[in-house]
Design a protein around this ligand. Structure first.
Ligand SMILES: [Zn+2]
Length: 385
């Protein structure tokens, strides 16, 4: 049995040659009236005069803002010898630029939503190598395949499978230390970027898979992109600053920026899936019930802050992850409008649609979910406490 030809247009074989679709033995049912009706309505909206162009221009404007913020902040830090106050402003600029690059540029480009041409998307997506320090080649397997195709499926979705450090779903075995995960998970989130910038990519290539999705060792242009990207990242983030500043200042700035960026990135992704309102599945449950893929995506995902224009702009539509999971190749600038269409169709077809009204509500739900998963299966005095 092979993975369902993902109805979102994500054909595993079309990604970049790094995936063998036959490696997975969990499959969803494709199609369904809910997806057909929603797609029809979304296509009708996108076909309106000027809609696609407006969305694309809004999307394109984010790349120069993201890169410009990083270039100006870095340039002032390295060449202008700023005082402490200006230096701190520049460090904040680097954090903001990195987050915008992650959410509004590389995420979209690696999904193929920036351009029609796959190579141009890969080239822009390569900013995750050269600007953020982690492999876009590995990201496309980890995120596009493992996460987007098998959302919240134990062992298959790498984002939701972090045992034995963290338990994120009921099918994962209880351990005594998970009782404290709602507290210790936050410092762990700060280390995610450092891990991927240093050993995470290499460990994934050595394992040959992410989740249950095959990851081939890159060759040709993919290999050149991986090595060249790491070299450029190390050059601008560490080597050149070392010519100007003492090693401890460079180390502190690098680690500090990486930790703050990592925390914001990890929490943003987790708020959409690892919360009380989201559903989870074991591979056996998917094999037995063979759910419709589109319904599974909506019910394992939760939107948040849909009416917050600042967050919606800065998070690259990642607060509209239901819409993103259904239409990952549509520019995220359309998601607020598409959300109205998806919500209406969910109501008409009996699909559960969840949206948190505020960031506080989403964070609280994530905390409570972690606490519940930490206690589930323990003796009653812990489970109920
Ligand atoms: Zn995505």
């Amino acid at each position: 049995m092979t993975a369902a030809p993902a109805p979102n247009g994500l054909e595993p074989t079309q990604q970049d040659g790094s995936v063998q679709p036959s490696g997975a033995n969990v499959a969803f049912a494709s199609g369904g009236e809910f997806l057909r009706a929603t797609k029809r309505d979304v296509e009708e909206y996108l076909a309106r005069r000027g809609t696609r162009l407006r969305g694309s221009l809004l999307l394109y404007s984010k790349a120069p803002i993201s890169f410009g913020l990083i270039a100006v902040s870095w340039g002032v830090l390295v060449f202008a010898g700023p005082g402490l106050a200006l230096a701190l402003v520049c460090l904040a600029g680097l954090v903001l630029g990195a987050i915008l690059t992650a959410f509004c540029v590389q995420h979209d480009a690696n999904h193929g939503s920036y351009f029609r041409d796959r190579r141009l998307n890969h080239l822009l997506g390569w900013t995750s190598d050269s600007v953020l320090g982690f492999s876009s080649y590995a990201w496309r397997v980890k995120h596009n395949i493992a996460h987007h195709t098998y959302t919240n499926v134990d062992g298959y979705d790498d984002d939701a499978t972090q045992v034995p450090l963290i338990r994120l779903m009921p099918s994962q075995r209880p351990k005594p230390w998970y009782r404290f995960q709602q507290y210790y998970i936050w410092p762990m989130y700060t280390l995610m970027s450092l891990r991927w910038q240093t050993v995470g990519d290499i460990a994934a290539f050595a394992r040959g898979k992410i989740g249950e999705s095959t990851l081939r060792v890159p060759r040709g242009w993919n290999l050149a992109g991986l090595i060249g990207g790491k070299a450029i990242f190390v050059g601008w983030a560490i080597a050149i600053p070392l010519l100007v500043y003492p090693w401890w200042a460079v180390l502190a700035a690098y680690v500090g920026i990486s930790m703050v960026t990592s925390l914001i990135m990890a929490v943003t992704f987790q708020l959409a899936h690892c919360v009380e309102e989201a559903s989870f599945a074991s591979p056996d449950e998917v094999r037995e019930t063979r759910p419709l893929w589109a319904v599974h995506e909506v019910e394992t995902t939760v939107d948040f802050c849909p009416r917050n224009p600042v967050l919606t702009w800065a998070l690259g539509g990642l607060n509209f992850q239901i819409e993103h999971h259904l239409f990952p190749r549509v520019a995220h600038t359309h998601y607020p409008r598409i959300a109205q269409i998806v919500r209406r169709n969910c109501l008409e077809h009996g699909v559960r649609y969840s949206s948190q009204p505020s960031l506080a509500a989403a964070l609280r739900s994530h905390f409570l979910h972690l606490r519940a998963m930490g206690r589930l299966g323990l003796p009653p005095e812990f489970e109920m406490g």
